[in-house]
Design a protein around this ligand. Sequence first.
Ligand SMILES: [Zn+2]
Length: 315
Amino acid sequence: MLRLPLKEMQASSGMFKSNAPLIRRLLILLQFLPGVLSWGKEGHYATCKIAEGLLTQEAITTVKMLLPDYANGDLASLCSWADEIRHNPRWRWTGPLHYIDTPDFKCNYDYCRDCHDFAGRKDRCAAGAIYNYSTQLSYYGLPASEQKYNLTEALLFLSHFIGDIHQPLHVGFTGDAGGNTITVRWYRRKTNLHHVWDNMIIESALKKFYNLNLAVLVETLRTNILEDWSADIPSWEVCESNQTVCPNLHASESIRLACKFAYRNATPGSTLGDEYFLTRLPIVEKRLAQGGVRLAAVLNRIFVPVQPSRLRSDS
Ligand SMILES: [Zn+2]
């Protein structure tokens, strides 16, 4: 079901219309600030890089047109933008759009029950944001004078939130804030369970298996998409009833994976080592790949050659 866009989500900030050098400096500064982010930079980069390789020519052209010049046509380079701005007072309202809190120990997800922010405002969660920004992007063919939305922001938010919703603990229990309050040790390092799934599993994999080279990890996932997972790809891409996006499906998968793999054997105070790492890494890698395949499928469905009749009926 298509959700109505939220007022704030609709708002066009004009951030990408001017001041690009200033914003670039701001983003560089923000990279050094600590904070609770989501799928780390590496995870979002991998997801968007995989998506880039699966776009149609029409989608590639439109994505490049929407990206700011300094991205040099590379969507992946800006896929963590939504994390970099979220602690800025002007963008703080976007915080709840990165995740979904579900009832403790239920292991299921329901849009009407779970898609709201901490104050109970409906549609303010990752699934609501995916509905909203995909709807905004569907107006990309309108003449600039009739454009209500900032489509650069819509593209970057959509690309980021499709990544987030595939991180199992971004659809996690309310009581522990998706694992953020579960303190654990990752080998010898003190951290929390959410951070393990955002960053540590990927970082350890890069060290142990990919020679600290993110491009090698991305290439390995691409090979798996073409080989081991190839039979599953059509089922990953499709949405029920031919919908453009299906975040409810992805959220349901995530909370099931969170219960089965993330929370299991990761009680507060536990030390997670090889056994946890080696059994969970395949889940993380598959979710990165699924996020990329689905982001591409969504952008390919949205960015089709514009039919004049479609615009007239939508406007
Ligand atoms: Zn995020």
